[in-house]
Design a protein around this ligand. Structure first.
Ligand code: ATP
Ligand code: MG
Length: 722
């Protein structure tokens, strides 16, 4: 008989490299030879996330995406959501009587985790007893083998004890589980801590983008004594080498790198660059599979029961992008679609539902109170319409016909309720108001409508590709901003910015063509933000001679000017806003851009970790204003699902955004300031501004002569000679 495997993960966040080597890899390999269950332990996640049920709920899907992306095959493995099997909680209640308080207090993993989470005596009881609920999960499936990381061994031990006691006391029904620990039992964190953990802000997630992976690797902890490339370094306790050992398929080359690192002469940057390549070749296919799944899940709108009845193929398969586009049959009128349906293309009926479903419901709502009732009636009407479609003689009068069916069904519902006398529901009025639906439009009206339609499509067609697509998805297909963001794989801010630009262009084109006045008052503030990238960090350095310098950790070259310039470049253009910042702040930004970590974390990187540990996410940064020569910014944090906006210095906010990979925006006024430059000639433009200011203020010429230079052209602090 095939043996049974069960493991699981808490949906407290997406899965990371530690999960892969510790457990996922084993599961993928064993699923074909073992009866495999994979548990998404959402109840267990609540034991230390009781205040964040949203986070747990959201992450169920993230974890499932990770499973499928790494190769867990739903045709052979069963993915179980823990809360979906309430019997597991019930079994926990029975098991709780078989375990003593003293025994639970001895569990070393629980002790560790309580310390990490700062629980002390304030530990939630649910958390404290989670080893018992985990025993219920494992034994309920009669599990033989549990592929887990080393931290889980005490849990398996606890399960075995429960099984023995239960079997002895009641009847021998439970199976004793055995832990299957992988060759890499515990992957360390990027910060050098012994375990990479979702909740420890030291993880590289399977879903991280290439940029984020590169940034995290570049900021990884290494041997703190290995400052210069020539210094001999330690590979033990150096996570960079642990990751290479786990992910580089070429074991001989890893050994060689270790040897060279030990004797000295191999710089951290070189090893880290190699690690980035190794991780990229591992993560790229996982990432793209994950993206594909996410897209499908956004696409797959829930089907109503009627829809499922009428066109099962459309509901049961996930349409690809091509299919979706095909539903953009704006140019086909109802009559043509009715013909298609009658010719046997059942799926085309879905287009009619998409097109008129909402209108029909609104119509039904005028007769019936209550949206639920109205929706019911409309569902029924769709079914009638589909079944009796051959009865419709004037094919292009589909809507009028459909609404007729809705009226009849709604009336009989009211009659059945005997609530309102039929004649009293102002039905006459309601119907008269809709008479135009039935009326034949004049040829002129038809012509006018067609022209307007062509104009709008023409203006849409002239938009740049991404804007066109975004407008299509938002206004025609009715997707929401976050759905589009997930689908297209860009931040929500970018989607908003695209919509904003597209609307602006459409407004201008159509206003000009149709000769109507342009009224753009009442714009909302958030629609105005322009997404930017942190393009460069610019130093004032001597034109000639060596720039001595850049010593970790101080990184304060003696012969470099006091100020730095951060250059924020609009994502979809070349305008760039220079912001003058202090030396310390500027250097922090340069280090973050270069992905260089310092042995002792700088205050902002500490703050970033503290925020992470408190589960506070950095959502975005907006540079909002310039007043009296001082820039202002806001930082949006997400705490427990709720956004909070706080004021911050632009330099601090930008540094945090870089650590978090959060988007940065500026308000349009910022890009209209007189000192805005274009990115490719930023340096000469700043030079010119400098010179102008010098003359205006009557300052002497700099001695020695200085110039603006990108941090990228300066010596690397880690390899530069001191
Ligand atoms: P959390 O911080 O929320 O507890 P976690 O990263 O510890 O998250 P879990 O869901 O608790 O993840 O663990 C799921 C499985 O992955 C367990 O079997 C655990 O042993 C394994 N695992 C987690 N982290 C590592 C790691 N760094 N190395 C090896 N295995 C790991
Ligand atoms: Mg854990």
């Amino acid at each position: 008989m095939r043996k049974t495997i069960l493991t699981g993960d808490r949906p407290t966040g997406p899965l990371h490299l530690g999960h892969y080597v510790g457990s996922l890899k084993n599961r993928v390999e064993l699923q074909h030879t073992h009866e495999t269950f994979v548990l998404i332990a959402d109840l267990q996640a609540l034991t230390d996330h009781a205040d964040h049920p949203d986070q747990v709920r959201r992450n169920i899907l993230e974890v499932a995406f990770d499973y499928l992306a790494v190769g867990i095959d739903p045709n052979v493995s069963t993915i179980v959501v823990q809360s979906g099997v309430p019997e597991l909680a019930e079994l926990t209640m029975y098991y709780l009587n078989l375990v003593t308080l003293a025994r639970l207090q001895r569990n070393p993993t629980v002790k560790d985790e309580m310390r990490q989470k700062g629980f002390d005596t304030e530990v939630p009881v649910g958390f404290f007893v989670y080893p018992v609920s985990q025993a219920a999960d494992i034994t309920a499936f009669k599990t033989d083998l549990v592929p887990v990381g080393e931290d889980q061994l005490p849990m398996i031990e606890q399960s075995v004890e429960i099984v023995r006691r239960f079997n002895r006391t009641y009847a021998p029904v439970l199976v004793e589980p055995t832990a299957l620990v992988s060759t890499i039992a515990r992957l360390p964190g990027t910060d050098g801590q012994s375990k990479m953990g979702k909740s420890l802000a030291n993880a590289i997630f399977l879903s991280d983008s290439a940029d984020v992976v590169a940034q995290k690797v570049m900021g990884m902890y290494t041997d703190p004594k290995h400052v210069r490339a020539d210094d001999p370094g330690k590979v033990e306790g150096n996570p960079v080498f642990s990751y290479l050992a786990a992910f580089d398929p070429d074991a001989a080359s890893v050994e060689d790198l270790k040897r060279r690192y030990r004797v000295g002469g191999l710089g951290d940057v070189t090893v880290k660059r190699h690690l980035i390549e190794v991780l990229e070749s591992f993560l790229t296919p996982i990432r793209s599979r994950r993206e594909e799944l996410r897209r499908e899940s956004v696409r797959r709108r829930p089907c109503s029961s009627t829809a499922r009845l009428i066109f099962p193929s459309r509901c049961n398969r996930s349409p690809g992008f091509g299919d979706y586009r095909a539903t953009r049959v704006m140019d086909q009128d109802d009559g043509a679609i009715v013909e298609r349906v009658l010719a046997g293309d059942r799926d085309a009926f879905g287009i009619l539902i998409d097109r008129h479903g909402e209108g029909a419901t609104r119509f039904a709502l005028r007769i019936l109170r209550g949206r639920g009732d109205a929706e019911d009636v409309v569902q029924e009407a769709w079914l009638h319409a589909f079944l009796e479609l051959t009865e419709l003689r004037a094919r292009d009068r589909f809507v009028a016909w459909l609404l007729g069916i809705v009226v009849n069904l709604a009336k009989s519902r009211l009659r059945a309720r005997r609530e309102t006398p039929v004649e009293d529901w102002a039905g006459g009025r309601a119907i008269r108001e809709f008479v135009w639906m039935d009326a034949e439009p004049t040829p002129e009206a038809r012509q006018e409508a067609r022209e307007l339609h062509d104009r709008i499509w023409g203006a849409l067609g002239a938009l740049p590709q991404e804007q066109q697509e975004t407008v299509q998805l938002h206004y025609v297909d009715g997707l929401r901003v976050w759905e589009i963001a997930a689908l297209v794989g860009v931040p929500a801010g970018t989607v908003k910015a695209r919509l904003h630009r597209a609307r602006g262009r459409l407004r201008r084109t159509l206003a000009a063509e149709l000769g109507v006045p342009l009224d753009i008052s009442g714009r909302r503030q958030e629609e105005q933000m322009i997404p930017v990238t942190v393009d460069d960090l610019i130093f004032r350095v001597p034109k000639e001679g060596e720039i001595r310098y850049l010593q970790v950790p101080d990184w304060r070259p003696p012969n470099v000017g006091r100020l730095r310039v951060v250059l924020l470049k609009e994502r979809e253009g070349q305008r760039a806003l220079p912001i003058w910042v202090g030396a310390v702040e500027g250097d922090a930004i340069a280090l973050a851009l270069a992905g260089i970590g310092t042995p002792r974390p700088m205050s902002l990187s500490l703050m970033y970790r503290v925020l992470g540990a408190a589960d506070i996410a950095i959502e975005r940064v907006v540079v909002t204003a310039l007043r009296d020569n001082i820039f202002y910014a806001t930082l949006t944090l997400k705490i427990g699902g709720t956004p909070h906006e706080i004021d911050a210095r632009p330099s601090d906010a930008i540094t945090l955004a870089l650590y978090a990979g959060a988007p940065v925006f500026v308000t349009p006024e910022m890009l209209a300031l007189p000192f805005v430059v274009t990115a490719p000639d930023a340096l000469p433009a700043l030079e010119e501004q400098n010179e102008r200011a010098r003359i205006e203020k009557g300052r002497p010429v700099e001695d020695p002569p200085m110039e603006w230079r990108s941090f990228r052209s300066l010596p690397d602090p880690r390899t530069a000679p001191r």
